[in-house]
Design a binder for this molecule. Structure first.
Ligand SMILES: Cc1cc2nc3c(=O)[nH]c(=O)nc-3n(C[C@H](O)[C@H](O)[C@H](O)COP(=O)(O)OP(=O)(O)OC[C@H]3O[C@@H](n4cnc5c(N)ncnc54)[C@H](O)[C@@H]3O)c2cc1C
Length: 381
């Protein structure tokens, strides 16, 4: 039996970053089901940081993560974590132009928000588009994220603060023990802790159920990415020779693309509900991605080098879930990161650690607890 202050379940970006924040003030043990980490959503993302992405609470967390991303390399001893890459948002019909305009209107004045871009200028900056879009917008503060370095930096930082990570430690039982908890893993190891932090991504509601606690009403969706080889000269911008091709996102969320050296990542922006598990790409989704990107661009996508799928897990309102149920104190949810778990991680981890430790959160991440509460859909139980 190992005794600790805080047990974090899940070793993806949510668990490792929150554990790192907590370990500055408490004894922390992190339990991860898999032998390697990260292997699930955190290892399968498009690895982008896009200010203005997602619902209001995520936009706040993403904005608050920007300065933290800049500071983390010195703090954690990582290489630079962000490499600038602008995003071009394109709308090619009336419906998607309406969607894009609504996004621009909603975000006017927010830090890093996308701004309208003349369609002819959009075509000049991204010459692989077949035609100038009907409406275009530009996000200049976006970047590629070195997700592996970020995760590894947090893991090493956690260890340096005395935190312990157990792999191959699938949590199978969680029971009340006085004011705290007893947590058992599949190998029979047992831990006691004053509080449990459920950062199990797609499995967060299942982990809560192990403790007999109602979940957060999460829905898990599969998303697919295919990597296609492309002649690198086609992935130039028309700007400076070293400028990366902007990421291009269809405002109607039918596709997006992002260049990587001699490869272009394409996605049909699919959202297929599925149970938590090891997500696999569906051939149809891969074919859809290629078809849609071929229709919108002149890129000759002839083959697929590799394809993968991962899970994006959302609360019904697509805001994060951070909190404990009043009837079950000491069981914290840090879940529902959807399509923003990487870009929002430094901000969300700071906020989560402050809330769990009962400390004041910095003003820039101090979201209204009700906005993220676990009871906002399911109520108290
Ligand atoms: C195709 C795709 C593209 C994406 N692109 C982006 C992007 O560009 N930018 C961005 O910010 N986000 C993006 N995302 C979203 C991002 O990847 C997720 O929000 C984020 O990785 C979620 O992290 P997590 O730690 O919650 O989940 P995970 O990384 O899945 O980690 C959860 C962990 O919990 C463990 N676990 C589960 N049950 C147990 C148990 N019983 N005991 C112990 N451990 C357990 C699992 O093994 C897993 O390792 C994308 C996602 C996908 C799928």
């Amino acid at each position: 039996m190992t005794d600790t202050d805080l047990l974090v379940v899940g070793g993806g970006i949510a668990g490792i970053s929150t554990a790192y924040g907590l370990a500055a003030h408490a004894r922390v043990v992190l339990l991860e089901a898999e032998r390697d980490l990260p292997v699930h959503s955190t290892a399968r993302s498009a690895a982008t940081y896009i200010p203005g992405h997602g619902t209001g609470p995520f936009r706040t967390l993403i904005a608050a993560s920007g300065p933290r991303y800049a500071a983390l390399p010195a703090e954690l001893g990582t290489p630079p974590l962000l490499s600038p890459r602008p995003v071009l948002h394109v709308a090619d019909d009336d419906a998607s132009a309406e969607t894009l305009q609504a996004m621009l209107d909603e975000q006017t004045g927010e830090p890093g928000a996308p701004v309208p871009l003349d369609p002819a200028e959009a075509l000049r900056r991204v010459p692989i588009l077949r035609t100038a879009p009907q409406l275009a917008a530009w996000t200049s503060g976006s970047a590629d994220v070195d997700t592996a370095a970020l995760h590894d930096g947090y893991r090493r930082g956690l260890r340096a603060r005395g935190g312990v990570v157990h792999r191959d430690a699938r949590v199978t039982a969680i029971t009340r023990d006085g004011d705290g908890w007893v947590v058992t893993t599949a190998t029979g190891a047992r831990f006691t802790a004053a509080a449990v932090v459920d950062a199990a991504g797609a499995w967060a509601d299942e982990v809560a159920a192990l403790a007999g606690i109602p979940g957060a009403g999460l829905t898990v969706y599969r998303r697919t990415i295919a990597a296609c080889p492309v002649e690198p000269s086609l992935l130039r911008t028309g700007e400076g020779p070293d400028d990366p091709l902007p990421m291009v996102i269809d405002a109607a969320e039918r596709w997006y693309l992002k260049a990587e050296a001699d490869t272009v990542l394409v996605s049909p922006a699919d959202e297929t509900p599925q149970p938590p598990g090891d997500a696999r790409p569906d051939e149809l989704d891969v074919a859809l991605a290629l078809d849609r990107v071929r229709a919108a661009t002149t890129l000759p996508l002839r083959s697929v080098r590799t394809a993968w799928a991962g899970l994006r897990t959302f609360a019904p309102d697509r805001a994060p879930v951070l909190g404990e149920r009043p009837e079950h104190p000491g069981f914290w949810f840090v879940a529902g990161q959807g399509g923003s778990g990487i870009e929002s991680a430094p901000g969300l981890a700071t906020l989560a650690a402050a809330r769990i430790l009962g400390a004041d959160a910095p003003a820039d991440v101090d979201l209204d607890p009700d906005v993220c509460s676990v009871t906002r859909f399911t109520g108290s139980v």
